[in-house]
Design a protein around this ligand. Structure first.
Ligand code: PLP
Length: 446
């Protein structure tokens, strides 16, 4: 279309797009990812299941995208949202809100960070942006350490600390980011080392990176278990060992708990607790599951760090009343029903079951995970990463009525993160469906 000649009534109307997929393609960005050759339109959900527009039911082994923390349409959350919506949808964080204060109190107490303050955002990206703003302001430095293979979001600042170009749409950066080893146990030059030696090597790498700076680094940001990176975790204690190098230099430790928080990893409420030897992080970010699908994110930091910003600031929608009511009801349910314990028990069984499946299927190189955050890495006949096998498994699983995620360094890892109310029966059912889907994928690639 030439400039100054907008399409209008005078020009011939474009042919009507046939279905929702075509309309999506016509109006949304090309880079907006969609799963499946024939993308799904999900219309409703209940418990661990969702239904598509044709009425087909699926067991949701990806919990939305780790966003359905407890269950789809959990009555407690739906009621809290409905009650709040009936009163008022939104005012402004310039006014007091009971749910917001109470949720902040609960999260501050749970965070493990002393004298904690909480700032609510609408997403994980924005939470990480806020964390970086705090750290760089507090330290008067725009140098940040991040992990290779990390993913932290989609804003200008958070893509600047995302360690894989495939997930960073631009290489321009407002930060000077230094990448260190350690996020993935199974990749990189230290993969063959024992856990203790791996940690030693990563610490030496960190020290080497720091020795090449002017010394004034603001923070290290890390996901305790890399999410988009393929549900891959370093050995326990890595970040405690890092902390021992960072803390004497005043460098802050930001833990990105967007995927790992709220007990999903089973053994710990936060991912950082697997590294707890040297105490809590300075800053913690969260999002995804806490709103059970409502847009709740946030950052927690020691008062001294949180209060370093000089100007007054609000987020128009961060902490809006309906989302706070949802978060509070969801967190209450999670704690009262010990869903961390459920993630440990059911997740443990599911990992065992998937390992048994993997033993008979060469397409699966590894099953790894903690609690209800489980990765299955797929390979071809020659043992090399097979994104094709992952894509085929996803399609086959969908045909069988099971939704899983995928990701990882090579796009060859299935990601399993169901709602944390998953029952043993559902875990068994999902594992059986996945076994069949993997069989079909293996058959197709061999
Ligand atoms: N941090 C981590 C670890 C994530 O996995 C994600 C999203 O996948 C983000 C941050 C960004 O969160 P959001 O998509 O809510 O902006």
């Amino acid at each position: 279309m030439s400039a100054g000649a907008p399409e209008g009534a005078a020009s011939a109307p474009a042919p009507a797009p046939s279905g929702l997929r075509d309309r999506h393609r016509a109006v949304m960005p090309e880079w907006l990812a969609l799963y499946y050759r024939d993308p799904l339109e999900i219309t409703h959900g209940e418990g661990r299941h969702v239904w598509d527009a044709e009425g087909r039911r699926y067991l949701d082994f990806f919990g939305g995208i780790l966003t359905t923390m407890t269950a789809h349409a959990l009555p407690e959350v739906t009621k809290a949202v409905g009650d709040q919506a009936g009163r008022i949808l939104h005012t402004s964080t310039l006014y007091l809100d009971r749910h917001m204060v109470e949720l902040a109190e609960r999260i501050a107490a749970l965070s493990g960070i002393p004298d904690a303050r909480v700032f609510f955002t609408t997403s994980g990206t924005e939470a990480n942006d806020a964390a970086l703003l705090l750290a760089t302001t507090h330290r008067r430095s725009n140098q940040v350490l991040a992990m290779r293979n990390s993913y932290h979001g989609r804003s200008f600042a958070s893509i600047a600390i995302t360690g894989n170009a495939d997930w960073s749409p631009t290489s321009l950066s407002p930060l000077q980011t230094l990448y260190v080893h350690g996020g993935i146990r199974t990749r990189g030059p230290f993969a063959h080392l024992s856990d203790a030696r791996f940690i030693e090597a990563c610490v030496a790498d960190l020290e080497d990176v720091l020795a090449q700076t002017h010394g004034n680094v603001a923070a290290l940001i890390a996901e305790p278990v890399q999410g988009v990176g393929g549900f891959t975790a370093p050995p326990d204690g890595l970040y405690a060992a890092f902390r021992e190098v960072l803390a004497p230099r005043g460098i802050l430790w930001i833990t990105d708990e967007v995927q790992t928080g709220w007990g999903r990893t089973g053994d710990h409420f936060w991912g950082w607790q697997a590294h707890a030897r040297s105490g809590p992080p300075d800053v913690l970010t969260f999002a995804k599951g806490i709103g059970n699908g409502m847009s709740v994110g946030g950052v927690v930091a020691r008062a001294e760090v949180m209060n370093c910003l000089e100007a007054n600031s609000i987020s128009t929608f961060g902490g809006s009343p309906v989302t706070m009511a949802a978060g509070l009801a969801n967190l209450t349910y999670l704690l009262e029903h010990d869903l961390q314990g459920n993630a440990r028990r059911v997740g443990g069984l599911l990992i065992e079951r998937l390992r048994a499946v993997a033993a008979g299927l060469p397409v699966v190189r590894e099953v790894r995970g903690r609690g209800l955050m489980i990765g299955m890495e797929l390979v071809g006949d020659d043992g090399s990463p097979s994104p094709e096998a992952a894509a085929l498994t996803l399609e086959a699983a969908r045909e069988l009525g099971l939704l899983v995620g995928k990701g990882g360094r090579d796009g060859n890892t299935l990601r399993i993160a169901p709602p944390m109310t998953l029952t043993i029966t559902e875990a068994e059912e999902g594992a059986a469906l996945l076994e069949e889907a993997l069989r079909r994928a293996q058959h197709a690639i061999s």
